[in-house]
Design a protein around this ligand. Structure first.
Ligand code: ADP
Ligand code: CIR
Length: 355
């Protein structure tokens, strides 16, 4: 019961993808046989189809991954495609079980750069989805509004360091928004991967940002995911940033039911954000490691990912890099932060030796 126009678009998109030189995991794992098997399927509750999941990668040949889940059930209905992609990205095999959440203590991670020579800022974010809602391609006008209302109710109950204010994108002055984006607090609205992934429908309805007074605890609403929970500050005190994120996540979890799967852990729109969904990053200056390729080489040795400082797909600026953990799944939160901590420490040592 896939409409004919959808079938045609999918068929054409598949052929174009095959003929492209896209490096995406989607192109790698979507074979003709698998495509023919999955193109007729829909998910049980929201009736999402394969095109709803792969549109982003079909129209963006420069994707690394190229697929999003249109709803939580997509990970099951289209498992034959998602599983190998998840395995290659996270090293998490089909049949593996994501461990129970274990945050541990931030105090195990002392400041990575007490003299403030290398690290400009540290940020940890995780993603959460609300139980009972699909993801962007299947969300209705009404869903976006309802999600925002539910999430904002939880903000009202935050206290102390965590209390703050919610700013809906629709009420935000352009200048204010631009400044928040430039200062790295706010999401941008120009990501072609998300756009073709149908994540910008009804924009700016239901989208917004919550910030505490110090702008160290931030929550994005209805951007890529229903909720993105962020802790950030200047300097390299990873432990303090982590501690704040843990308390923030736990406070919000009291007020809402987050989607969780016994196998996959936290369930979110992009398969890279399953499991812990944590990305812990530093913005770091590495003037003596002379080339970007060398930084990437060293980072990869420690399972870290290098991005530019203006967000995903941007380029490093003035020798400043965004370096973060790559895998988010199959290991606990504590292990993820430990891996990131050790990797950044090693990169700083490499930088010192090169100086
Ligand atoms: P995400 O981490 O949410 O997946 P991005 O890579 O697009 O997505 O980053 C979102 C924003 O957060 C960008 O403005 C980016 O510059 C900012 N950011 C990421 N890491 C840091 C950091 N360590 N310090 C300051 N800003 C950061
Ligand atoms: C892509 O496929 O490249 C985008 N949809 C983003 C995927 C997640 N990000 C990443 O691996 N850096």
């Amino acid at each position: 019961d896939i409409p004919e126009d959808v079938m045609e678009e999918m068929e054409e998109g598949f052929i174009n993808l095959c003929n492209s030189d896209s490096p995406s995991l989607l192109r790698k794992y979507l074979t003709r046989d698998l495509f023919d098997e999955l193109k007729v399927k829909t998910t049980p509750t929201y009736k999402s189809n394969l095109l709803d999941c792969v549109r982003s990668g079909m129209y963006n040949f420069n994707s690394n991954v190229g697929i999003y889940a249109a709803d939580p059930e997509s990970y099951k209905t289209f498992a034959k495609l998602f599983d190998p992609i998840i395995e290659e990205y996270h090293g998490f095999k089909q049949g593996d079980k994501h461990p129970a959440s274990c945050f541990g203590y931030g105090s195990d991670f002392p400041d990575l750069d007490p003299e403030r020579k290398f690290i400009l800022s540290t940020r940890i974010r995780c993603a959460r989805s609300l139980d009972g809602f699909p993801f962007n391609p299947m969300l209705t006008h009404c869903d976006y509004a309802q999600l925002q209302t539910t999430i904002c109710r939880a903000f009202d109950r935050l206290c102390g360091e965590f209390s703050g204010k919610y700013f809906a994108v629709c009420n935000m002055k352009e200048k204010v928004k631009e400044k928040l984006i430039a200062d790295h607090y706010m999401f941008r609205e120009d990501d072609p991967f998300l756009e073709q992934g149908m994540a910008f429908r009804y924009w700016p309805l239901g989208r917004g940002i919550f910030m505490n007074r110090q702008k160290t605890f931030i929550v994005w609403v209805n951007e890529e995911d229903h909720v993105r929970i962020i802790s950030m500050e200047k300097g390299g005190d990873l432990g303090r940033v982590y501690e704040r994120m843990i308390i923030g996540v736990e406070s919000l979890a009291h007020e809402m039911k987050f989607a969780h799967d016994p196998h996959l852990g936290h369930i979110n729109f992009c398969p890279t954000n399953l499991g812990t969904s944590i990305r812990a990053s530093v913005h770091i200056k590495l003037p003596s490691i002379s080339s970007e390729a060398t930084v990437v080489d060293v980072a990869e040795k420690y399972s870290l990912q290098v991005r530019g400082t203006r967000g995903e797909n941007s380029s490093p600026d003035n020798g400043i890099y965004d370096i973060s953990n790559k895998r988010r799944m199959g290991v606990t939160e504590y292990q993820i932060i430990t891996e990131m901590y050790n990797g950044i420490k090693a990169i700083i040592e490499t930088e010192c030796q090169a100086a």
